[in-house]
Design a protein around this ligand. Structure first.
Ligand SMILES: [Fe+2]
Length: 391
């Protein structure tokens, strides 16, 4: 059934190619600015990934006015404010973010005050606060999972109040995303697994969510097929650039999909698990995806049955229920395979969650903003059953 109304807006130009991160300066011509401030972190810097990027940009006649490397694991308000201040002071006209989700989100959020001044929290937190475009932001992801290079959201951690603040606006979408598998080559197996499972969760939840559309569904199934064919390969052999590239593209497709159709109860549970027990986002999603699919089984089984095909399952002659079960089993098997490779905890207990926290997590999941987009109402006592199954 088609939605009564939907829209699809995706102004981010995406370019893909191995080695492209050090050779894309011609793409900057279209942005009409010459000076860029770079945002990254110490890990990326110490891996030597920034040198060739800077060199390529400078050879193209552009200037890097400064670099900020102190983005913490969860992008913080302080880091965002500092990026904005330093970028303004340096005379930059645009931003370049090189990193994972935190670095990209920090640069996206910094772009509010870098472009228009004002106060980050008072003037821009929430949704749709902008009335004019931001300065150009170029993003080079170094993980394949968050899809933040193509989403209209930035999540920033308020350290003082221990809450995550969401900023969302169509203008937050970067102008250019450079997908270069060489940039993810040194990602260790555990991070490859957790970020990959984050991407898979984006795709599955976007596909079955209340705001799904033919556009977002098409992107989601393409992402799911790429992930099932390449995630394990990328974990087993980090130098497999074909698999690395496929994961970057899948993450981008899933990000574009969920930027339009949002995510659901798996993210509700993962946000709660991350907030209360500090389990990394992708790890929580990896453990919880099959359980969240179970939670939505009755409402989503027709869609799961279709997804089973893109997960590489033979569903010929099967009933809807049986084909749908195959999709959930395929997710479980993928998770188990990653566990066998030492890349992912098997359950919440192995991830360090305390049993007595489960009720609190269920309550926080019910209160999470993503529940609005889940096809079945997220009720703490019902979701608790699935959290216990995941323990
Ligand atoms: Fe996510």
């Amino acid at each position: 059934m088609l939605p009564d109304f939907y829209q699809f807006y995706h102004p981010t130009k995406m370019i893909y190619g191995a080695g492209l991160a050090s050779d894309f300066s011609h793409e900057l011509d279209a942005l009409n600015v010459s000076n860029f401030f770079m945002v990254s972190d110490h890990i990326i810097h110490d891996l030597g990934l920034l040198d060739s990027i800077k060199e390529g940009i400078e050879q193209g006649g552009y200037t890097i006015t400064g670099t900020y490397l102190d983005v913490p694991q969860d992008a913080s308000i302080d880091a965002v404010k500092e990026i904005s201040r330093l970028a303004v002071e340096s005379g930059a006209e645009g931003l370049i973010a090189v990193g994972g989700g935190s670095v990209i989100d920090a640069a996206k959020a910094a772009n509010f005050t870098f472009s228009h001044g004002g106060d980050l929290i008072e003037d821009y937190s929430g949704a749709g606060t902008l009335t004019a475009p931001l300065k150009p932001l170029v993003v080079i992801p170094t993980t394949a999972g968050t899809g933040s290079e193509c989403t209209l959201v930035a999540v920033i951690y308020d350290v003082e109040n221990k809450v995550k603040l969401a900023f969302s606006d169509g203008y937050l979408l970067p102008r250019l995303a450079v997908l270069d598998p060489v940039m993810t080559q040194s990602l260790p197996p555990k991070l490859t697994a957790s970020t990959g499972m984050d991407a898979l969760t984006h795709a599955v939840e976007s596909y079955v969510g209340v705001d799904s559309s033919p556009h977002s569904e098409a992107l989601a199934v393409a992402a799911i097929e790429l992930i099932f064919n390449n995630l394990v390969k990328a974990i087993e052999d980090g130098d497999d650039l074909e698999a690395r590239g496929a994961m970057l593209i899948a993450s981008n497709l899933a990000g574009t999909s969920f930027s339009h159709s949002m995510v659901g109860c798996v993210h509700s549970m993962a946000h709660a698990t991350g907030g209360i027990e500090r389990v990394p986002h992708g790890v929580a999603n990896g453990i919880l995806l099959a359980h969240g699919m179970e939670y939505n089984f009755e409402e989503c089984k027709e869609k799961y049955a279709r997804l089973a095909y893109f997960m590489g399952q033979d569903v010929s002659g099967l009933s809807v229920d049986d084909a749908a079960r195959k999709a959930i089993q395929a997710v479980r098997d993928l998770h188990k395979k990653m566990h066998a490779l030492g890349a992912m905890p098997l359950n919440l207990r192995e991830a360090g969650v305390k049993k007595e926290s489960l009720e609190k997590i269920a309550q926080a999941a019910q209160e999470d903003g993503t529940t609005v987009y889940n096809i079945r109402e997220v009720i703490a006592e019902d979701i608790l059953v699935h959290l216990k199954n995941a323990y």
